[in-house]
Ligand binder design. Sequence first.
Ligand code: CP
Length: 325
Amino acid sequence: MTTATRATRHRLSADGVPVGQAWTGRHLLDVDQLTPPEIAACLELAVEMRERRERRERLQTLAGETIGLAFYEASTRTRVSFELAAGALGATVVDLRPDASSATKGESLLDTLRTLERTGVTTVVLRHRAAGAPYLAARGTGLRIVNGGDGAHAHPTQALLDALTLRDALGELPGRKIAIVGDIGHSRVARSNIHLLGALGMRVRLAGPAAWVRDFERWPGVEVHRTLDEALRDADAVMALRVQLERGAGGGIPTLGEYRRRWGLNEERMRLARLDAPLLHPGPTNEGVELTAALAGAPRSLIGRQVTNGVAVRMAVLSLLSGAT
Ligand code: CP
């Protein structure tokens, strides 16, 4: 451990939260496992990692660790940013590439992960179409597991990078209103964000086709709106979600054209939100469906910023899980 590393262990954030400490949990399965100080520590450490990355510092805090990427579902942002984050911390990275692995010969998820463990992998970032797969992996192996997105259940690092992006744009989050709109029913991003942004004191509004918001009407602290305009009015921030056809979303809407007319975001509709309210989208976007290309490229769009923050947040997550801050 370097002197600089030791110095971060006892630093306090502006609101007196200890920064740079290890999280208590061994895995990151969803954001609901994190205490408010753990969330604050992650966001603070991500800011520090972002600055160190901008200075092109190469850290060695995870030298000796081997991080496996096991993405059983397609990914660009999450996979690439975890690879860069692990490398920037000095870890060795192994990309399993399930479609070219012995999973194609019928090897089970647990057998594959146990094989990685026996080769010396210490942490696995797992993305899987089955909700709960990371929990199975955490119970069934000795690996440290980071959930890189499981089915429609959770995407904790996406929520953390969204929170950082919102804090960059809005400053203080408590009491601010965010409208999350679109295919909420199939969205692991929405579920993790509802937990995290609520824990950070934001007022979460949801709007989308009835079939996709029905299950959220009883969620504590969430407002479900019948129309897009209602959800957008005076919102401090807006998050658009992709229609997840790969999870059967087509069954909840008549056609994509009809969806766009009722629920698609454009600059005119965004005028209902507060002036300059930032627009977020976890990506990938389907421009022309959930939002226009003009809006995706507008000054209020933070879609690129979210991707950039993803590397810093994942550096913070890997550091906090290993205790190497
Ligand atoms: N937001 C997100 O998870 O993107 P990828 O599927 O490209 O990783």
